[in-house]
Design a protein around this ligand. Structure first.
Ligand code: ZN
Length: 158
């Protein structure tokens, strides 16, 4: 005799078979260990399914869950074109630009620092030269105030 398939057995367990089928299955089960075991394992599954249904969820759980899902989905809609673009394009480009900018800035700062050091050294040179009156030993250039003054002084001395 043909065994009863699981779908039929589970329908039998749930009382979702016709009277005729129920009698037929019951008769088969009396003489078939295989189908009895099958029915037993199915009833365990059924029990655990019942248990899952009996698990208490906190009040408003489904309401909150639905709200969260709705929020996520509305966020997705808002995010869609612009935020996604920002995330995928603008942020990496921005980061790259920032890196390039900081490299330029670093270069500029380096040059600025170098420049100011050079200027400092030049100024120190000048100050040092003035201190030693080195400038006065230099030849006066034509038309300079020093030259005029020198001419005046030397003429007075004549
Ligand atoms: Zn059987």
């Amino acid at each position: 005799m043909k065994h009863i398939n699981k779908i039929k057995l589970s329908a039998f367990l749930d009382g979702e078979v016709s009277d005729e089928e129920r009698i037929e299955i019951s008769n088969h089960l009396k003489s078939c260990d295989h189908c009895q075991k099958e029915l037993e394992s199915l009833s365990h599954v059924s029990d655990s399914l019942d248990l899952i249904e009996e698990i208490q969820v906190p009040p408003y759980f489904w309401v909150h869950l639905k709200q969260r899902i709705a929020e996520q989905e509305s966020r997705k809609v808002i995010q869609s074109p612009f935020v996604t673009w920002v995330r995928r394009v603008a942020v990496p480009v921005g980061v790259a630009a920032l890196i390039i900018f900081s490299l330029f800035l670093g270069d500029y700062m380096g040059k600025a620092i170098y420049q100011s050091r050079i200027e400092d050294l030049a100024r120190l040179d000048t100050e040092f030269a003035e201190l030693l009156c080195v400038n006065s030993l230099e030849d006066f250039s034509e038309g300079s105030l020093n030259n005029v003054y020198y001419n005046l002084v030397s003429r007075e001395g004549e």
